[in-house]
Design a protein around this ligand. Structure first.
Ligand SMILES: Nc1ncnc2c1ncn2[C@@H]1O[C@H](COP(=O)(O)OP(=O)(O)OP(=O)(O)O)[C@@H](O)[C@H]1O
Ligand SMILES: [Mg+2]
Length: 253
């Protein structure tokens, strides 16, 4: 076991304090979910939240519009991530087989899965948005950014060479923390990493898998590190993806 450098500033989230939520509009429209910005006004001051809401799979007429969603929806069909889900045999068969019932069930499970994985990642000390609470079809988390802008994705941030090195070091520390906690992100890319005030933040965890319940976890980890490693290499960082993978494998055991 190795020690993990602190990657995340301590966050004092107000507890048991009354608040009022004020919607501040749509932040991003992703593949399956939309991110809404919410201002939560506590007596001690406002906090910005990101509300990730999954679109209904089979919306009734006007439901998407009424609930503030934009129209297009693409669903991930990849059953590889669902292999570790604990479900009754009948439900598992439906989810894996892609029946309508299975799709609906999976639609409800993705946000739950994301909540669970985000909490586990947070508890592992990884630099992820603070998980605030579950909602009907999604989750509320700490918004990364400030009043005037959302944090850019790493792939779009302009980094100095020193920042690039720091981003890689932080990525390594985050991957170590996740690996020690038994988790693989499984959709890691520079578009699921944010860069804010010199800090790297890992987001978008619904498809994260465990080493213990998913036999593809090791391959997914390799794909993750290769994916981001290539980006760093293209930008001139001197990184060794295979060495990192070997290092992580040793932690996973
Ligand atoms: N907590 C957050 N704070 C700030 N911005 C966020 C936060 N969560 C998500 N975002 C923004 O919303 C985008 C989509 O979020 P996320 O990647 O979780 O959803 P997704 O459905 O997978 O979308 P995509 O298909 O774009 O990857 C992110 O790329 C990021 O720009
Ligand atoms: Mg994403």
């Amino acid at each position: 076991m190795s020690s993990i450098a602190p990657m995340r500033p301590a966050l004092a989230w107000p507890r048991d304090e009354p608040y009022e939520d004020h919607p501040r509009g749509t932040l991003k429209s992703g593949k399956e979910a939309e991110i809404f910005l919410v201002e939560r006004r506590f007596a001690s001051g406002p906090r910005l939240l990101a509300h990730k809401r999954y679109r209904p799979r089979y919306p009734v007429k006007d439901q998407l519009r009424n609930e503030g969603f934009s129209n297009s929806t693409v669903y991930r069909g990849d059953s590889i991530y669902k292999a570790g889900w604990f479900l009754r045999t009948r439900d598992k068969r439906a989810v894996m087989g892609g029946t309508r019932y299975g799709h609906e069930l999976a639609g409800r499970l993705w946000p739950m899965q994301e909540w669970t994985m985000l909490r586990r990642a947070w508890e592992a000390g990884a630099s992820v948005p603070y998980p605030v609470e579950q909602t009907d079809h999604g989750l509320l988390m700490e918004f990364i950014g400030d009043d005037s802008q959302a944090a850019p994705k790493l792939g779009q941030a302009r980094l100095t060479p020193a920042e690039l090195t720091s981003a890689w070091d932080q990525l390594v520390e985050n991957l170590r923390a996740l690996t020690i906690a038994g988790l693989v992100h499984a959709d890691l890319s520079v578009y699921n990493l944010l860069w804010w005030e010199g800090r790297l933040i890992v987001i978008d965890l619904p498809q994260a898998v465990e080493f213990t319940t998913n036999s593809d976890a090791y391959d997914l980890l390799h794909r993750d590190v290769t994916n981001v490693g290539e980006w760093f290499t293209r930008r001139g960082a001197d990184v060794d993806v295979e060495a990192l993978y070997a290092d992580l494998l040793a932690l996973a055991w």
